[in-house]
Design a protein around this ligand. Structure first.
Ligand code: 2NL
Length: 346
């Protein structure tokens, strides 16, 4: 019996030594240690031996069983490691190479400036509201003192929606500014009002380096008893300082928008050359960044506010111009053409 065990042992270990594939190990295991395997059969056969022999042979057989199990486990580990080494040698995988950096997302330059402006105005007590991009003629023009067939309409090259009402008019359009939402907001609410409206606006425009048919605007509106031009100037001056640097100066000049009276444009002294004149400000020393004014009394009347009681100021600015100036971007079309080479710079 013991000799048989010795034979099994040397045969099994010999065979095992010559195996080189993980999958061959399984048939080896089945052959010796499986339910019908050599060793298992032998252990079963022990019951036919006389009792003294049985004890000794049983102990030896069990010892062999665990020896073979251990040898199998060792071999498995050996082959697994060897296989890995081989794989590493064969393939071009170099585990010593530093990992690829994870692709980090980032905010679009427009989003960044939008958020900065939002933070500044919210600190000054303004709430932010968004509105529809498809609008009625009434909200985009009529309510803002821009009647049908009035030459002031030429200020906005409009994209009209191909929809006709029963009168044969086309009263729907892509909003040319975010002002329509200001009207909607005033219709729904009573003063005091402090609100900003950020969002996309559309123009019927041949695109070039400084024109896009879609761009972002942020408009603001404050209506209350006793609002004056001083509030307009103070608020926008503070906005300019917080966005462009605390040492900024501002300049207000007269301008025309049908929905305000008086209307102004605001410029800041150039943050590149500090007002001395350079390429960014075109040698002017000043950069115009927004239009503003006191809300026209007729606009207030149209939303049922009494202009004898309430006055307000409003302002509007295009957003893309700001990062264009800040980062020296010379083509607005880069903003929305989804070229990662551009976007990854911010
Ligand atoms: C510009 C100028 C401006 C407004 C927008 C406004 C809105 C209402 C009433 C009065 Cl409901 N005004 N908005 C006022 C002045 C200028 O935008 O150059 N934007 C890009």
């Amino acid at each position: 019996m013991i000799t048989t065990l010795e034979e099994i042992k040397s045969r099994a270990l010999d065979e095992l030594r010559n195996l080189n594939e993980l999958k061959e190990l399984e048939s080896w295991r089945v052959g010796y240690l499986g339910r019908k395997g050599t060793l298992t059969q032998l252990l079963r056969g022990l019951s036919s031996l006389p009792i003294e022999e049985r004890r000794e042979a049983g102990a030896a057989a069990n010892k062999l069983k665990s020896l073979l199990e251990q040898a199998l486990a060792d071999k498995q580990e050996l082959l697994r490691k060897a296989g890995l080494d081989k794989l590493l040698q064969q393939s071009s995988l170099d585990v010593t190479l530093p990992g690829r950096p994870a692709q980090l997302g980032r905010l679009h330059p427009t989003t960044r400036i939008l958020r900065q402006a939002g933070t500044i105005f919210s600190a000054m007590g303004f709430e932010a509201v968004e509105g529809p991009e498809v609008e009625w003629d009434y909200y985009n023009f009529e309510a803002l003192n821009i009647p049908q067939d009035h030459p002031a309409r030429d200020m906005w090259a409009t994209l009209w929606i191909d929809y006709q009402n029963e009168e044969g008019e086309r009263p729907m359009l892509l909003r040319t500014h975010t002002s329509p939402m200001q009207i909607r907001f005033m219709e729904r609410r009573q003063p005091p009002i402090r609100v900003i409206m950020p969002g996309k606006v559309y123009r019927y425009e041949a695109t070039d380096a400084t024109h896009e048919s879609m761009f972002y605007q942020i408009e603001g509106l404050a209506v209350d008893k006793g609002i004056s031009m001083a509030h307009l100037k103070g608020t926008l001056y503070e906005f300019a300082r917080r966005l462009f640097g605390l040492d900024r100066k501002v300049r207000f000049r007269c301008d025309y928008f049908p929905f305000v009276e008086p209307g102004v444009d605001m410029a800041i002294d150039c943050f590149i050359c500090q007002g001395n004149g350079c390429r960014v400000c075109g040698g002017e020393g000043w950069i115009e960044i927004l239009g503003a004014g006191m809300v026209h009394p007729d606009v207030l009347r149209r939303v049922d506010y009494d202009p004898e009681i309430y006055t307000g100021f409003a302002f509007g600015m295009g957003l893309e111009r700001i990062p264009m100036l800040k980062y020296g971007i010379d083509d607005i079309r880069l903003f929305y053409s989804n070229d990662l080479r551009f976007l990854e710079q911010f």
